[in-house]
Design a protein around this ligand. Sequence first.
Ligand SMILES: [Zn+2]
Length: 100
Amino acid sequence: MNNERIGQAVTILDLIEGKQGDLYSTLKPLLIGEQTVAITRECIECTEDDFDEDCEICGGKCEYQYNVVIPWTTQKETIAMTFKYLLKIAGVDKGGKHHA
Ligand SMILES: [Zn+2]
């Protein structure tokens, strides 16, 4: 690993460990509202036996999808969990020591 890569790795580690300000306040404006999950619901107006092909809700498919934005709290938990496991996989202690 060359010095530039070591420098980048240390910078990322400093960010994760909060030595250069709050990582989450940096990430929040970049990530908030950027991820959605598609939810499928059955139409309240139609059944498989009695449906309207021009139904405004489902268009005759009897079910419809809508997107729910993943809350920042959930994104933050995912980030925290990811870092925790990445550090574990990389063999970095909670104290920041790196196993040779
Ligand atoms: Zn419908």
